[in-house]
Ligand binder design. Sequence first.
Ligand code: 5GP
Length: 239
Amino acid sequence: MEKLEPIYEGKAKKLFETDDPDILLLEYKNTLTAFNALKKTTMEGKGALNNKISSYILQYLASRGVPNHFVKMVDEVRQLVRKVEIIPLEVVVRNITTGSICKRLGVPEGINLNPPLVEFYLKNDELGDPIVTEDQAISFGWASEEEIQKIKNMALQVNQLLKDLFKPLGITLVDFKLEFGKTKDGEIILADEISPDTCRFWDSSSGDRLDKDRFRKDLGNVLEAYQEIWRRLSAKGEE
Ligand code: 5GP
C-alpha cells in the first residue's frame, strides 16, 4: 500500500504516501532525541509504545469533539493519518512550571499556573524553536488571527480533556506540546503525536517522572515509564 521512500523523516517518525492522496502512513521510530537532537539514543519498543499511546489519546480526543489527523492503527509501529499542511508553530500548554519556562523567566519549578498558559514556538530546528508572540505569528503569516484564536481554544480544550483522562489514572499532566495542520478544505485539525515524548507526566503520589524527562535528565528506566503510561491507559479500557 505504502510507497517505499518516506516523504519525510523526522527525529522520531517517518511519513509515507499511500494510494490515497489524502492519507499518509506514519511510522514511529525507536529513536529518542533531546536538546534539538544533540542527545540521541535508540530504545527497542519505544516506537510501538508511542504508536499505541498516541492512537489511544487521539481517538479519545476525536470522540470528544477535537478533530485530529488519526485514522487508524495499521500495526505495532504504524498508523494511517490524514494529510495536512502543518502550521509552522509548536503550541505548548503548561499547567505547572518546569523545563524551559523556569530557565527563561527564572521562576521556580512546581508553580501551578491558573489559568493554564498557552505559548507559541516557531518550528525551526536551526534556531532551536524560538518562542514567538501571537502578533509575530500573525504578522509573519504563520497563522491568521482567527486561526490563532481557534488553535488556542483547541489547545485549552485538549488540556482539559487530557487532565480529565489522566487524573483518575494517578497522573498529573504538567505540560505538553501540540501541532496543528490545515486540511485541503482549510479545516484546522490537531496533528502529530501526543505521547510521553511530547508531554510531561508526573505520578500524582510519588512525583516520579513518567515521560521523556527521564531521558533528558538521565534518570534511567525510560522505557519502563512509557510502559507504565500505557499500562494505566489500557487498564482503563477502550476509547
Ligand atoms: P519545554 O518548553 O519546557 O522544553 O517543553 C514544554 C513541553 O512541550 C514538554 O512537555 C515537552 O516535552 C514539549 N515539547 C516542547 N518542544 C518540543 C519538541 O520540539 N519536541 C517534543 N517532542 N516535545 C516538545
